[in-house]
Design a binder for this molecule. Sequence first.
Ligand SMILES: [Fe+2]
Ligand SMILES: [Fe+2]
Length: 259
Amino acid sequence: MKILAIGDIVGSPGRAMIRDFLISIRETLDVDLCIANGENAAIGNGITRSIAYELFEHGVDVITMGNHVWNKKDIFRLFDENLPIIRPANYPPGTPGRGYIIVNIKEQRVAVISLAGRIYLDNLDCPFRVAEKELRHIKKLANIIIVDFHAEATSEKVAMGWFLDGKVSAVFGTHTHVQTADERILQNGTAYITDIGMTGPYNSILGVKKEIIMNRFIRHMPERFEVADGPVQFNGVIMEIDEATGKASSINRLLITQK
Ligand SMILES: [Fe+2]
Ligand SMILES: [Fe+2]
């Protein structure tokens, strides 16, 4: 089974990249399941209802969120509508939405789990313990298990990779918007990468107009974030998972940049 994971889609440039290229990328790479991080898809971060439907229409199967999950109030309705959109599973019990989803692809049950890190982010429940707890029942429901670990610190992400090695098919990182070059198969068969990067403006700082962020560092004055324009990049990974064992056989980075 071939699974494509797309890094944080930023604003209308990122969405345009999905609209214009995802269907053909899916066909070219023979993708069975496409997971995309949508926490920055709307203006001011978060996701709206129309944007979610637009992403599904253009080839995304499952949308994962992150620390920006609550930025747009539409998210509550999206959760009520039971769409394949998930938020980190380690929010406290009782939080709206769900932390994992099971989808049927090629007569296989594939689980996608979202978790968030705690270093330089909200102090949620322990993602390691929550992963362990959720896996106890997810293991009985799905053979292929994919984890989006939305976190800042590389150490926390690498630790999660090793913690889940052999227990899940893949652990990929999101949130930093910068793709790392450490993709590999861990010793017990789990595909791993610290961060799959960002799908959004290429000449930017994490998707935002570079002048705004530089000014923040230099002048320390508050300024409204604006999504940059110009050429756009597509970042993600394509992973191959053995359907019989649930183990990964390959993970490769994707970086496409418009000229
Ligand atoms: Fe993000
Ligand atoms: Fe994030």
